[in-house]
Design a protein around this ligand. Structure first.
Ligand SMILES: Cc1cc2nc3c(=O)[nH]c(=O)nc-3n(C[C@H](O)[C@H](O)[C@H](O)COP(=O)(O)OP(=O)(O)OC[C@H]3O[C@@H](n4cnc5c(N)ncnc54)[C@H](O)[C@@H]3O)c2cc1C
Length: 448
């Protein structure tokens, strides 16, 4: 028999955006009801990873980070805390002309619900998240703990780590990303990650090394028939430009182009030259001078293959649940981190609302609220992602011509989505227990 108590000892796998946001949201929501609450986040890396480039935060992501106290922390970091993004401007690499923009401000120049976009280095966001964790009483992060398996019975959940140790708790939350060990070892062993066929080639470039005019205000997506190239400031003083080409890349080519720890200097050099050549082939003839200059610069391009996890399938067992990319990694479209944050906040709210119910009821309520939204978002990401595959000349032109219509037609839908607030949306309510129902009917029968 499963005991009916809110969990007191929560184990979270993965200290990424979903894992830390979930720990902070649970601490805030559950602490008033569970005084001895203990939340431990297990992260496989020994220290924070410095790789990954910059990430765009939408108004929704910023709103949720503000609710968790993380946005204040980013702001306190000054210039490094990220560049404000009023709009992502779209340009044609063929002609250099503007094709439109995705605006993060309304007609009055104000952000949606007070928030615009922000481009920030991932490492900086991680530091801000960790700073908030440090002053949160009942949350601890343990580094160097790679989850390799897990098990559960009626009353306990156990995580096993690569170093041979384990941790015992009441609830496991798998926030360990696209290749999740929690998912592939015990929640849904058949749902493996899949390569999308598209990769990012990323580099960070010092702005003062570019002599041509920078053609964007804060952020631009420069489109071509050989993929797109994102160029964006990622600090408030505009000292650094984050550049990321989003390109079709065959699975077979991945191993030839990946920089791995332990490779000798000659191999690393060969890969760096090959990636620069790849960028040159695709975008070297761009009509935008500063893009040509970035490609000819000494920037070291790094390859990030993009994987996905189809959202269908199991998200939970009796005592374990998946959140964020572990449950539903989508081809990234500037909004995936927002979905991970939504997951964290909604799950914490539901766990509190259903605190007198068994975990199985909590999980059902969460899935009922979340499945359709995630399925729709996944399909939409796929549709958008397809635009980055290599195209013939005519198809490429068509993509450019259609883009302004697409942006206009989707504007209302996009802006409505940016108003979303996971802290405010209505939640389902637990069904009254049988005891309560019988008490109510008894009282009714006794009434004069
Ligand atoms: C190239 C690229 C660019 C992107 N750009 C954007 C963007 O601009 N905007 C946006 O919103 N989204 C973007 N995304 C998507 C976004 O990064 C993810 O949706 C988001 O990071 C998901 O957060 P998460 O916490 O679920 O997973 P992750 O961020 O992947 O975190 C998982 C954590 O778990 C840890 N972990 C993994 N395995 C184990 C294990 N076995 N044991 C313990 N710990 C483990 C990892 O080290 C990591 O710390 C991008 C993704 C990619 C690949």
């Amino acid at each position: 028999m499963e005991s009916i108590h809110p969990p007191r000892n929560i184990l979270i796998a993965g200290a990424g955006i979903a894992g830390i946001a979930c720990a902070l949201a649970l601490s805030r929501e559950l602490s008033p009801f569970v005084p001895d609450l203990k939340i431990t986040v297990y992260e496989r890396h020994d220290i924070l990873s410095t790789s990954g480039g910059a990430i765009n935060l939408t108004p929704v992501a910023q709103r949720h980070l503000a609710q968790l106290g993380v946005l204040d922390e980013l702001d306190r970091m000054g210039s490094e805390g990220g560049a404000d993004v009023d709009a992502i401007e779209l340009f044609s690499m063929r002609s250099g002309r503007s094709i439109g923009s995705i605006d993060f401000t309304d007609h009055n120049g104000k952000g949606f619900g007070g928030y615009k976009g922000r481009r920030v280095m991932r490492i900086v966001l991680s530091v801000a998240l960790l700073t908030v964790v440090e002053r949160t009483r009942n949350v601890e992060i343990v580094f160097g703990k790679k989850v390799v398996n897990g098990e559960e019975d009626d009353n306990t959940a156990i995580l096993h780590f690569q170093d041979g140790t384990n941790a015992v708790g009441d609830l496991i939350i798998g926030c360990d990303g696209v290749h999740s060990a929690v998912r592939t070892n015990f929640v849904d062993i058949n749902r493996q990650s899949e390569y999308t066929g598209i990769s990012f080639l990323q580099a960070t470039i010092q702005t003062d090394t570019i002599s041509s005019r920078i053609h964007f205000r804060s952020s631009a997506l420069n489109m071509s028939r050989h993929g797109s190239m994102l160029t964006s400031y990622c600090d408030r003083d505009n000292d650094q430009i984050f550049a990321a080409a989003i390109v079709q890349f065959s699975q077979e080519a991945l191993s030839r182009y990946r920089l791995e720890p332990g490779q000798d200097w000659a191999t690393q050099n060969r890969i760096r030259c090959a990636l620069r050549e790849e960028m040159r082939d695709r975008f070297g003839k761009s009509a935008i001078p500063c893009i040509r200059e970035m490609i000819e610069s000494k920037a070291d391009w790094m390859l990030y293959p993009v994987f996905q996890v189809r959202p269908g399938g199991r998200w939970c067992t009796e005592r374990s649940i998946l959140l964020g990319d572990a449950a539903h990694a989508m081809p990234p479209r500037d909004e995936s981190a927002a979905y991970a944050l939504d997951d964290a906040i909604l799950f914490a709210r539901i766990l509190v609302r259903y605190r007198s119910e068994p975990l199985s009821e909590v999980f059902v309520a969460y899935e009922t609220l979340r499945r359709d939204t995630i399925n729709r978002a996944f399909k939409e990401s796929h549709r958008m992602w397809a635009r980055n595959r290599d195209m013939g000349m005519l198809e490429g032109r068509l993509k450019e011509w259609m883009m302004p219509f697409f942006l206009r037609n989707n504007r209302d839908q996009r802006e409505a989505a940016w108003q979303f607030d996971a802290a405010k949306i209505a939640l389902p309510t637990p069904a009254p227990s049988e005891d309560l129902v019988s008490l109510n009917s008894f009282l009714k029968d006794q009434a004069p």
